[in-house]
Write a protein that binds this ligand. Structure first.
Ligand SMILES: [Zn+2]
Length: 313
């Protein structure tokens, strides 16, 4: 029997070494992404675009799929920003119908209490004729559930939309963002110059006045906050720094298994970001929107309504 135990313990050691080879570099990498956070004043300056173009006039959410879990529903939401001149910007792209089913099946394996997924459609199906007016796309991060739908978007739209990314999102990948990065970099989106000024951390583009991106780190090396001014308020799209708004309000971390083994996170940084975002959310001029939390998103935004007559306007 001794030899059986020896084989089992050797296998366990091999698995631990293998996991370490993958996980340790990812943990070191994400601990290196801690850029400075902007002040409230810097964020509020977005409400006054400096060039002649005015800021966004409409913000809405697009629910691509959802699945009930014991701890609450997980929703896959994209955000559409619109300007008066018809220009549109999309934040996150959801998944194809098949990938949404696969993602739901994977969650069900990890959490047997997970229910049946409701797949509403791809981002291009839900945008309908408006798809071709999307002039730019940004991602809160490059995990597959936020990026894979860009394939159907490109099939429907063709080339011409710009890809806006922080330097961290463009350059830094780990083992669970490489697939999403390949999809995005191989897509119809055109990479464009997008920069933060000398003394600030917000990335801005003259083509899209009133919006900015901020490298966050914490969840993935390329995790990005999208700040969008609407009237005199700034909406902050925080991606998956938390999976629901309650975790942000109550300062609840994700499980250790998730943050150390499944998705290598910088838990010091996610803790700092939860507090920073919660403080901003307490201020009437800001609202934080969490990617996977439909109920909380509905408190602030209305659902996008596909306007079949848009192209005739
Ligand atoms: Zn996600």
């Amino acid at each position: 029997m001794k030899w059986v135990l020896r084989i089992i313990s050797s296998l366990v050691i091999l698995v631990i070494i293998g996991a370490g080879i993958v996980l340790i570099p990812a943990h070191i990498q994400i601990r290196g992404v801690t850029p400075a956070l902007p002040s409230e004043e810097e964020l509020l300056a977005l409400t006054k675009p400096s060039n002649a173009l005015s800021g966004p006039t409409k913000l809405s959410y697009i629910l691509t799929s959802s699945q009930p879990l014991a701890r609450g529903q997980i929703s896959h939401i994209s955000i559409l920003v619109e300007w008066e001149n018809g220009r549109r910007f999309l934040i996150d792209a959801g998944m194809s119908r098949q990938e949404a089913e696969n993602f739901a099946a994977l969650l069900k394996k990890m959490d047997p209490s997970a229910g049946q997924a409701t797949v509403r459609g791809t981002i291009s199906e839900l945008l309908g004729p408006d798809t071709k007016y999307v002039a730019g796309v940004g991602f809160t991060h490059l995990h597959i559930d936020h990026t894979q739908g860009i394939k159907s978007f490109c099939d429907a739209r063709g080339p011409g939309a710009l890809l806006l990314q922080t330097e961290s999102q463009r350059k830094l990948q780990n083992f669970n963002t490489t697939e999403g990065a390949e999809i995005v970099f191989g897509s119809c989106l055109t990479r464009t110059a997008f920069s933060s000024g000398d003394n600030e951390s917000l990335y801005k583009s003259p083509q899209f006045p009133g919006i900015a991106a901020l490298a966050l780190g914490g969840h993935t090396p390329g995790s990005t906050l999208w700040a969008v001014a609407l009237g005199d308020k700034v909406f902050l799209f925080s991606g998956d720094i938390t999976n629901d708004k309650a975790s942000l309000n109550q300062d609840t971390p994700k499980s250790a298994i998730y943050s150390y083994l499944l998705v290598p996170e910088n838990t010091n940084r996610t803790s700092e970001l939860r507090k920073w975002l919660h403080t901003l959310d307490q201020n009437d001029r800001f609202s934080v929107i969490v990617s996977h939390d439909l109920a909380s998103t509905q408190l602030y935004l209305s659902a996008f309504v596909n306007d079949a007559n848009f192209s005739k306007k």
